[in-house]
Write a protein that binds this ligand. Structure first.
Ligand SMILES: Cc1ncc(C[n+]2csc(CCOP(=O)(O)OP(=O)(O)O)c2C)c(N)n1
Ligand SMILES: [Mg+2]
Length: 545
């Protein structure tokens, strides 16, 4: 590394080393000089219509590539990504939030510089709550070490971090001859050995052990290791809504999605009658637990995440999930013979009925046969997500959804992040009409960068998920002509879909059209919803009223 390298260049170099190739954001005067540095670098700036779109795109990018970055200006931009950063924190997505800021020299005498809220550190304080590590690079002596510290935390915990760049500092050289800090941090070997042995004893003694594969297996890229482990042990395995697609759903050991009484009864019964539930990388949220209907007993559970390991009622420190998994392989666990286990039924073939209005159930039946290995399903947290949970995910198809934090408006900008993270993938975006009205304008960014996701708008004329809980005019939205958005943008193709045969034709045409995005306006009865949403609102409705 060159002596005298600037703080901006070092940050860019470390992002690049972490796998980042695109930085999403919106410019502003406090961050212009950093954006200029980015433009001179191998990283590409993807400027979006709105910062929230940039934040969601970076979140999806990070979920696929292991690190993402969003770059915004001070407060007016930064505070707009507070929500997307909160989601990245809650759902374990390592996004680096980079914000420009007034220069240190500009702050003396405490002037009322534009974009300032209360104090100069107001935005920092907000992001300290939303990230695992936050820093202001206001000292060239410590800047490189600070960059190493926060990036290491993002990779270690798969959570967002915050880096504030006072604009008069970023061109300054950091300490010469700095060596980047190592990221790898192994388990405590004694703790690992004892935890693995205890787990092995418990599994061997169990009548019906079962594994729940959690979202961290996706974030840490441990899917291949998971398959190896369950095939070696012959262990029946469920996923949660958050981790859907972590295991191919046609795998013979796959039980289905476990979500308490919200999911399928045979999966619930199998998991809840187990005397040893092995949770790997699973953070079970209320939605994952079927809004309090799940019955998982800590006294018969082994739970290992990157943050915490517990076996029954006691905890171990400093255990890495990947090392625990490889430990189990050689711990003398007897191969199981689970006999007949629940398994999701493969989708029924779909034949379009001419002139038949599309229903949610039939839409998803049709979408099942649309998925292939190059598809990433991105579901927004309305009925798109609930119905999407019942999609049958074959082999390596990815399913992305903010199933825990559940911020509406994720899916369209996420497709921007996904396709830049991996251009071989073609996103299938499932989004409600309400959610589309929040962030759908990022189609404009998608058009500018010539990407080609297929957007399916579930148009039920409003906030359908809310209607069964408490209906009112506040759940209505204006009926947009979604299929005509390509006319405004001068790009893409639109399809107006009322019937099953129109749906079929539109999906065929969308798949064949690869030069831009497609948007399908799928008209649904406002009272129609998926079976999964009916199960969810039946549980949640009791809480709301
Ligand atoms: C940012 C945000 N605001 C509000 C909510 C609360 N909310 C959850 S579902 C929903 C309705 C979504 O409507 P739409 O996108 O049309 O999907 P639908 O429920 O009709 O399938 C709302 C408002 C939320 N989850 N996120
Ligand atoms: Mg809707």
């Amino acid at each position: 590394m060159d002596d005298g390298q600037s703080i901006a260049r070092y940050l860019i170099e470390r992002l690049h080393a972490g796998g980042v190739r695109h930085v999403f954001g919106v410019p502003g005067d406090y961050v212009l000089s950093f954006l200029h540095e980015l433009e001179q670098s191998p990283l590409q700036v993807i400027n979006t219509c709105d910062e929230q779109g940039a934040g969601f795109a970076a979140d999806a990018y990070a979920r696929l590539r292991g690190l993402g970055a969003v770059c915004v200006t001070y407060c007016v931009g930064g505070l707009k990504v507070a929500n997307t950063t909160a989601q990245a924190f809650a759902e374990k997505s390592p996004v680096v939030v980079i914000s420009g800021a007034p220069g240190t020299g500009e702050r003396v005498k405490n002037p009322l510089l534009h974009h300032r809220v209360r104090d100069f550190d107001t935005q920092l304080k907000v992001f300290e709550q939303l990230t695992v590590a936050a820093t202001v690079l206001n000292d060239p002596q410590t800047a490189f070490r600070e960059i190493d510290r926060v990036l290491t935390a993002a990779l270690r915990y798969k959570r967002p971090v915050y880096i504030e760049l006072p604009r008069d500092i970023i061109g300054a050289p950091g300490l010469p001859a700095h060596t980047p800090a190592a990221v790898e941090e192994g388990s405590d070997p004694e703790a690992l050995r004892e935890a693995v042995q205890e787990a092995a004893r418990m599994i061997n003694a169990a009548r019906q052990p079962v594994l729940i594969a959690g979202v961290e297996l996706h974030r840490f890229g441990l899917q291949v290791e998971l398959v190896h482990l369950i095939e070696t042990l012959n262990m029946p395995t469920a996923a949660s809504i958050q981790s859907k697609s972590v295991l191919a759903e046609q795998h013979p050991l796959f039980l289905g999605i476990y979500e308490g009484a919200m999911g399928y009864e045979d999966v619930r019964a199998y998991v809840e009658s187990s005397d040893c539930v092995i949770l790997l990388g699973a953070f079970m949220s209320d939605i994952d637990l079927g809004i309090d209907t799940a019955r998982l007993d800590q006294g018969r559970s082994i739970s290992v995440t990157s943050e915490k390991t517990s076996i029954r009622y006691h905890n171990y420190d400093n255990i890495r999930l990947d090392e625990f998994m490889s430990g189990l392989l050689v711990a003398g666990i007897g191969r199981r013979n689970p006999g007949t286990i629940p398994h999701p039924a493969p989708p029924a073939p779909f034949t379009a009925v001419h002139g038949q209005p599309v229903t949610v159930r039939r839409l998803f039946q049709r979408l099942n046969s649309f998925l292939d290995d190059a598809t990433v399903v991105i579901a927004d947290p309305g009925d798109a997500m609930f119905a999407g949970v019942d999609l049958f995910i074959q082999s390596r198809t990815e399913f992305l959804s903010p199933a825990y934090y559940a911020a509406l408006g994720f899916a369209v900008p996420a497709s921007l992040g996904v396709q830049l993270a991996n251009p071989k993938l073609r996103p299938l975006v499932l989004v409600g009409d309400g959610a589309f009205q929040m962030t759908g304008m990022e189609l404009s960014t998608i058009a500018r960068f010539k990407l080609n996701p297929i957007i399916v708008v579930l148009n039920n004329r409003g906030y359908g998920t809310e209607r069964p809980l408490q209906d009112g005019a506040f759940n209505d939205v204006l009926l947009w002509r979604f299929s005509r958005i390509p006319e405004i943008l001068g790009a893409g193709k639109g399809f107006d879909v009322h019937t099953e045969d129109e749906l079929d034709a539109a999906l065929h045409a969308a798949r064949a059209y690869v030069d831009g995005f497609s948007i399908l306006d799928v008209h649904l009865d406002p009272k129609d919803c998926s079976a999964a949403l009916q199960r969810m609102t039946a549980s949640l409705g009791k809480r709301v009223r």
